[in-house]
Design a protein. Structure first.
Lengths: 332, 332, 332, 332
């Protein structure tokens, strides 16, 4: 297997706010500063970049130059369809005018993607959903989601698009909440240039097994991107990889190896209280260490343990691979 | 709209055990006692009945007679494919022999359904899933689930089957965990006699909006049965209807009206510490009260509020309908 | 019982941001605009006000004038000890300098409270906690929490202080996470001018029964303030009262009546996507409606039902009180 | 530090039932079979034993002989105060007669403890709580809990008692739900022979940091026993140690070392679908491996990282200790 390649969202290097620290975590940063910070992360090769860009008025060509200067490429562009005006939804906004503007904003991201050489344009419809029981007509919201995405995908048959699903935040409940629901939506669009950005942390939040979702999405030919990070299951904490969940991360890396994943692994992190360069670098180091461990797994033994649903054997295999020993007996 | 009809699982009138009170909640009850108790619930007309029957050796004809004697019908049969021998799965058991026995056990339920005049045979694959990260090959489990159900459905093209999905318990994580995943599985079977038993409480546990799932399943033509009850969201508590969630229950009843639901509404309750006759009767009383409230809803006003995502207007509509007043202003 | 009085946090009328819509929900608002908006809420009489004030450079006397002009009083002041510089904690910050600044900032809020005639100064240590397994020495964090609060309370023996506990956000895990932990911390301070702001929604998030916590805190003489709102249990959604939970809200109001609560009930809401004046007014209308229902409860009957743990009787009492009928039989 | 000693609940070797597989997971086992199975677990030295014993009519002397024969001791006895008759509570049952019987049943466990040489008698009041909003008078339940435990502890001033807290199951919500609440209850009893059995998994379920709770309980002198296992956070899955959470387990073991824990570590497991001897043995192996890793931690470095809340440094320390390398840079 070729060495893993790594990317991250450019936002990892920006200033964060939340509803309490409205004055921000860390210093404000423009596009240049964010890209330069990304360039300092050992092993990082590409970025998912929000459009419009952080530096007001910056052109895609200028961003391209900054990337080149810092030895980076653009993996994806993500249109800002979850800012103030989209508070009641982007594709699903009650206002036709705002649904129109959603299309326009995605257009900007498509154009940027072409100039930047991005592999895909990401839909992250974080405001598309509801906050209260009874607030929306679910089928209307669903249809607008499907129709809005289909329209864009059909307009750009040569561009790859991808949905990043998540169960909640910022909307209290998001429509494209989990992997199978997103697969159903994609199926309804009827287009073949719309896939999924499968984020490990969002999947944990959704109560899924991230590895199961990865495998299901991949088998259906919809795995556009795979993202790693970690959380405490109840929120999208966007922590460094394996901060909480070891075996689930190893299981996921084993699955990436199984499917022969050769595109970058993206790291979706929000290092509110850490140095972002160190926090992203740590994830890369951790994945590499775990990937080396996974390379040591005897796959026939692993398959046999899974065939028998022998959880203790599976754990023995994980521990032995991690520690590089035969300390734990696989059979018992 | 015709008056709602009600059914429940026969287990509501049986003795429950759990891993602590292994000596059981309430007295043990045979099939006759359970059916007689059901017969005492005012407004209850039908049952979902486990096969094999509670009384060892009882025949379907005997059960049919008991139902007749108590003014009840059989709405569904549910094969016991989650007892001791299926601890590692029914359709997905590692042992081919047990996968075979699963088929046989479903056959018994099909036969019983025909004698009892049941509307459908329910699959409740509560042991099909996993307990640990890494324990299973998810695609293998998935394929066995799909293949096993397809095989049965194809063998009985004139029988309606239906899956009751749930995210966990007894298996720590169940494969058919939520509505969209179950829709995908059904799609993969390629049969048209397999639908869904949509349980309100399981949907809450899965982090869904039960009403959204009801609507999605219905629109895809897969709504075989609708079940109401309530819980605290984090477990399948199987409490009487609206014990915790008012608006979500009203929203659900409004949706049942919208789709013109005329089959029975089933009440999946486990009254561990209540008199089961009273607990089921209470749900029926509550649903009737809420259904009367829902009949008072001005549907144009409701649609307009949802179109605008105007949550405060929706709530005003709910409160006014419930209280039979105009106390809450819908516009503001 | 005297009619209920109502207050809210001034922030309900401000502009919100989150990590996605960094450009804010709703228009920016200065102190004057926020207070004027509060003044337009029918039935609202007082505010919990952040210090420093939203309008940079505004004096407490100016704020007092604005309150007077709008028929409002100040119920509490809340120092901003959870902004950027406190990202790693206020009372518990690793830096002694920042722990010092926390004290200073609380001093500002004490001074403002005195000028504004506030009933208490609120500690909301939302950054005091941790984000990762292993990140902190829990006893060190605990001691700094206790010591920091004790120091302030001892310096101002005539001022009432109160802690608003919450399990998480903005810190991924907060130290003062629930009612009993906060009671233990208060006990350790050894001061008698430190109580609790008991927030219904935070209590739901903490997995508590809000009414149980209210009763426990009150019995220990530490109930400084009671706040109502609602959420989906898994996050501090700060929705209007009873948006999700009916019986739990009724139970809470019954408890407020039992303890003879005569201070204002505060409404902690973040109406991200609603008109804040309407959203707060709706909570007041709802509480009044529910309070009228609670006045109809036969307390002897209620006590008897609880003594017997007769949940169906309790529910009958709630429904009958709400609907003003005898539709549901209390005995069965 | 002396080598760790290990115990487990005798129930780990019994037959489990749940509400679905009422016919049980695994074969039924009497006291002799359970103790013999325990004797086959390498490294296991003691048991927590339910009273009445699994073998009907067995005497404590007979159980003692079985323990001796299998090289085991009795660490604790746990009275069955959560079986059928206690469905509405043990200490808090509405019936005075049942509250009386609770006392009697605890007496049996005290007598057995004396004959068996147990270190403590455990209270596990799993039915003391409620299932519905409004069902109970919380202060009444609280007082009965405190009074009932005080009465027993005062009657046996020379016996050590200990409460195992847990947020739910079998009761939907348990009164002694978390560490601080249990500390408050103990404080109210006013006795000094009542401590806490601190169970890692129950603490995770309660949303606590298990290590923080361990430290808090220990500092207050109430740590009677420490139990390890693991779960998925949302239920008491009672899985082998570190099946899901690595760093939190390491953090806990480091804390056990800090406080100089020399009593046995108990393993509270329910191996529904695994061989119990192998499942318990695996936990012992895993703890030993992690304990060796913890012995490699440079404690000054660890303390410095925690003082600075430097999560990345803490993680580097954990990984390096686990892998026995210096691969991860502690400073950055």
């Amino acid at each position: 297997m070729a060495p893993l390649e790594f990317g991250t969202g450019i936002w990892a290097f920006g200033q964060f706010v939340d509803r309490y620290a409205g004055d921000g975590y860390g210093p404000p940063r423009d596009s240049r500063e964010m890209i330069e910070a990304a360039g300092r992360v050992s092993g990082l090769s590409c970025l998912d970049i929000n459009v419009p860009f952080a530096t007001e008025g910056a052109t895609a060509a200028e961003i391209k130059q900054l990337l080149d200067d810092n030895g980076l490429t653009c993996r994806a562009t993500t249109p800002h369809i979850y800012m103030r005006e989209y508070a009641k939804g982007a594709f699903t906004n009650p206002s036709q005018e705002l649904r129109r503007r959603t299309q326009d904003r995605v257009e900007e991201a498509v154009e940027a993607a072409q100039i930047l050489g991005a592999g895909y344009v990401k839909f992250w419809p974080g405001q598309d959903g509801y906050d209260y029981p009874g607030q929306v007509d679910y089928l209307q919201i669903w249809d607008r989601t499907v129709d809005g995405m289909r329209e864009i995908c059909q307009r750009h048959p040569d561009v790859q698009f991808a949905i990043e699903y998540k169960p909640k935040e910022p909307r209290i409940r998001m429509t494209l909440a989990n992997a199978p629901k997103t697969l159903l939506a994609i199926e309804e669009t009827g287009v073949d240039n719309l896939g999924i950005v499968m984020d490990f942390g969002h999947s944990l939040m959704a109560g899924e097994s991230p590895t199961e979702s990865l495998r299901m999405i991949h088998r259906r030919g919809k795995l556009t991107s795979a993202e790693l990070n970690d959380n405490w299951r109840d929120w999208d904490d966007d922590l460094p990889v394996a901060s909480v969940h070891l075996f689930e991360t190893m299981e996921y890396i084993l699955a990436l190896r199984d499917i022969g994943w050769s595109d970058p692994v993206l790291l979706d992190q929000f290092p509110f209280r850490e140095d972002p360069v160190a926090a992203v670098a740590r994830s890369i180091e951790t994945i590499r260490m775990l990937d080396e461990a996974c390379a040591r797994v005897d796959r026939a033994q692993y398959a046999a343990a899974q065939d028998a649903q022998d959880a203790l054997a599976v754990q023995a295999i994980y521990w032995n691979a991690l520690l590089g020993t035969e300390r734990f007996a696989v059979g018992h």
